[in-house]
Design a binder for this molecule. Structure first.
Ligand SMILES: [Zn+2]
Length: 250
């Protein structure tokens, strides 16, 4: 493993720690930068030793150092999710201009997961800026012309809107707007594949959770994590999946 690989992982962990805070505070309509990090239970200001991603959580055995209240395991999960996905994206895409839209896409997907698993919400304050930045970036960066990515955005938005109408609210407004941003990043074909993969994985996980009794039959399930998986899979190895699938059915 190269030094830069370790650097990217550490950076990913720190970013993940920051994204946890961003997700929680934006859900509560609070400022992201103020007040400084504190225990949500006893309000004690956290020292630098409480803020090492994953490591602090393990050393403190998942409890606040000051009041011993249990810390949500979503914190280390968010940190590891961020570090892993940023590292994989960096490794597959490489140090090319494409890495910029790739990272913007990855970040908006991570934040969507973090807000969706907490409150079943995907926030406009995250999705809209990402959509705008991706539109601007796709003007300059991409293997296809700009209109291709524009069509991708329209396809992503329309597909999800259609599903929302047909399923009568099975898909939230946040999912629809997120898919506009995904479409701009991926273009139309991989956007469709992303949705197919997300639905496929979501269905399997949903059925499994119902079968083992974790989830009730009518209980809604956050789609964000499956959008994350489907989109990154389509973006990073979509062509490979497509060729594999074609060789399979022929
Ligand atoms: Zn505390």
């Amino acid at each position: 493993m190269l030094l830069i690989d370790i650097y990217v992982i550490v950076l990913g962990l720190l970013l993940g720690s920051f994204f946890n805070v961003v997700a929680i505070r934006l859900l509560k309509n609070q400022s992201v930068s103020f007040p400084p990090s504190h225990c949500p239970s006893c309000k004690h200001k956290l020292s630098v030793f409480d803020l090492f991603p994953v490591v602090s959580y393990l050393l403190l055995r998942g409890k606040c150092r000051y009041c011993k209240t249990k810390i949500s395991s979503l914190y280390p999960v968010g940190e590891m999710l961020t570090a892993t996905s940023i590292f994989v994206v960096y490794k597959v895409v490489g140090l090319t201009p494409e890495l910029i839209p790739a990272l913007i896409l990855t970040i908006v997907l991570i934040l969507a997961v973090l807000t969706d698993i907490r409150e079943k919400l995907i926030l406009d304050v995250i999705t809209f800026p990402a959509l705008a930045i991706l539109l601007i970036l796709r003007f300059f960066i991409g293997s296809e012309p700009f209109w291709f990515y524009l069509v991708g955005g329209v396809v992503g938005f329309s597909l999800l809107l259609l599903i929302a109408i047909v399923s009568k609210g099975g898909m939230g407004g946040g999912d629809i707007k997120l898919y506009a941003a995904i479409g701009v990043a991926l273009g139309p074909w991989m956007t469709i594949m992303s949705l197919v993969l997300a639905s496929f994985v979501g269905t399997i996980v949903g059925i499994t959770l119902i079968a083992i009794g974790v989830l009730k039959r009518k209980e809604p399930i956050a789609f964000g994590p499956f959008i994350f998986i489907g989109t990154l899979a389509a973006y990073l190895v979509g062509e490979e999946i497509w060729y594999w699938y074609m060789s399979f059915i022929w």
